[in-house]
Every structure is written in structure tokens, then in C-alpha cells.
Design a protein around this ligand. Structure first.
Ligand code: SPV
Ligand code: MG
Length: 286
């Protein structure tokens, strides 16, 4: 029904729903996100970098991120929101990025106002931000480069991550909307939602607000939605669950010299076949 996933994302946001999104790093994890009933997939730079076993620090290239997002998009029917770090450079890089992601049917890209090379938001303090002028120029370049109406550009402010206050976060967010951003992601690494809620209390409501409650995990989707948040992203939980499960299972296999103790809690072969669509291959071959 929804070949145009960007339109689907728009329509769901217009319908006033608060969308619940989960992070993924490849086709398989995106399919699990869809099967669990999420509204969209977040193609997370943190997860994708982790899948390459390299730091989330502008090391994975745009082509590699795009390749991961394309694989996810082909594997699921729900929209992909691609985390594009800081747009991979200046306005010229952003124009190219938008054209490439849009051409692959990615519904939305998200670009943050940190300087290149960026570092994951949970590392260190006081990470340097681009000026409002520099970042709005990139937003304009991105919006001017898209060819279809529904493709979305989400502008993310790292004001709180850099230790700045609610006034600066609001100033940046409003400037980014003036430049054409379709939504604002306001990120925070606080252990409570207080600064995000302070932002929501003053927000003009001109475009939807997106949040990522990784560190303020006591906050629920319902609480955030009540404050006016329109998209909640559980950005890295699938990867963290997978890493823990793989690590403990491998350690037990190595220690015990048999898979017997772990058989009851690992996925069955049939579950993998179902995820692959192996049953469809079987039908085709008879
Ligand atoms: C990601 O998932 O890659 C994000 C969110 O950008 S965070 O890791 O919190 O920066
Ligand atoms: Mg990221």
C-alpha cells in the first residue's frame, strides 16, 4: 500500500501519532525491528560503526552507511530514517548525500550540528558545534537537492550534548526550521528527561520533535508523547542485546565444549529460515 515510504512517514506524523522507532545496523536487524511492530527503523551510525568494529567517529564512510541503509530498506516495508552524522562534510557533501539517500528510497535523513569528524554523543564533554550559519547553509543545500516532495530532512541539535542550555537549543532548533528542516531531533545525555522536557515546554511546535532516550531510560514513550514529542527512537538497544547474547553464548560454548546448555535459549534454525524467507524459496523450487 505504501511504496512511497517517505509519504507514509509524513502521513503518520500528520495523523498526530507519536512514532516509536528502533535502531538497526543491517537488513536482519531492520527486519527484527519491523517484526517487533516499530513504526520505522533508525539506521544508527553507532550501531553500524559497531557492526564494523570501529569507533562511531566519522570513520565509516557515507557509501558504507548508505549501503547499510539500502540493505535495511530492501528488507522491510516500514520507513528508514538514516542517521547521517553531520552530513559528511559541507553543503556540497550534504547535497550529494541527500540525492543518493533519496534515490535509494530512504524516507528521511538526520543530520547533526557537530563538527566533522564527529564523536558519538556519549563520549567526552563540550564537543564542538558548527555555527548556526554553517549548519543552516547545509540544511538549505540538502532541502534544495531533494527531488521528491515527501523526503524528509531531520536537523539534530547537539546543544545539550555540548553543555549549552535550553535557550541555545531552542535558538538552534528554530533557526534550523527556518532553513527548511522538516523535524528537529533534540539530543540529551542527561540521566533524566528534564532538559528535553524544558525544551518541549518552550517549543513553538512548528515541526515534529524527535528524541533519543538512551540515558534517560526511565522516561516512557507515553510521558514523552504527553510533553509533545512526536518520534521516540530506541537507538541502540537491539545491538546491545545482540552483543551481550553473542558474547555469553560464545563464552559458554568455548568453556563447555558442547552447545547443549545453550540450545534452549538461542534462536532455532527455523527462526533463522523464517527471517531469511527460506520457506518461500522452498515453495518456488517444488
Ligand atoms: C546513533 O544511534 O548513532 C545516534 C544516537 O546518533 S547516539 O548514539 O545517542 O548519538
Ligand atoms: Mg549516530
Amino acid at each position: 500500500m505504501f511504496d512511497n515510504k517517505a509519504r507514509r512517514l509524513h502521513e503518520e506524523l500528520d495523523a498526530g501519532k507519536t512514532l516509536i522507532v528502533a535502531g538497526a545496523h543491517n537488513a536482519l536487524s531492520a527486519r527484527l525491528v519491523e517484526e517487533a511492530g516499530f513504526d520505522a527503523v533508525w539506521a544508527s551510525s553507532f550501531e553500524i560503526s559497531t557492526s564494523y568494529a570501529v569507533p562511531d567517529a566519522s570513520i565509516v564512510t557515507m557509501s558504507e552507511y548508505l549501503d547499510a541503509a539500502r540493505g535495511m530498506n530492501e528488507a522491510v516495508g516500514i520507513p528508514i530514517i538514516a542517521d547521517c552524522d553531520n552530513g559528511f562534510g559541507n553543503s556540497t557533501n550534504v547535497s550529494y548525500m541527500v540525492r543518493r539517500y533519496e534515490a535509494e528510497g530512504i524516507a528521511a535523513v538526520c543530520m547533526e550540528d557537530k563538527r566533522f569528524p564527529k564523536l558519538n554523543s556519549f563520549i567526552g564533554n563540550g564537543q564542538a558545534l558548527e555555527s548556526v550559519g554553517e549548519f543552516t547553509e547545509k540544511i538549505r543545500a540538502g532541502k534544495e537537492s531533494q527531488r521528491t516532495e515527501d523526503f524528509m530532512l531531520i536537523a539534530r541539535t547537539e546543544a545539550f550534548i555540548s553543555g549549552l542550555g535550553v535557550e541555545e537549543a531552542l535558538h538552534r532548533a528554530e533557526s534550523y526550521v527556518d532553513a527548511g528542516a522538516d523535524a528537529i531531533l533534540v539530543h540529551s545525555k542527561a540521566s533524566t528527561a528534564d532538559e528535553v522536557l524544558a525544551f518541549m515546554g518552550e517549543w513553538s511546535g512548528r515541526v515534529p520533535v524527535v528524541v533519543v532516550p538512551t540515558t534517560y531510560f526511565q522516561s516512557t514513550v507515553d510521558e514523552l508523547a504527553l510533553a509533545g514529542v512526536r518520534v521516540v527512537i530506541f537507538a541502540n538497544h537491539a545491538m546491545r542485546a545482540a552483543v551481550r547474547a553473542m558474547g555469553t553464548t560464545l563464552a559458554e560454548l568455548r568453556r563447555n565444549g558442547t552447545s547443549a546448555p545453550v540450545e534452549g535459549r538461542i534462536a532455532t534454525l527455523q527462526e533463522l529460515f523464517d527471517l531469511q524467507g527460506m520457506n518461500d524459496v522452498g515453495k518456488l523450487s517444488v
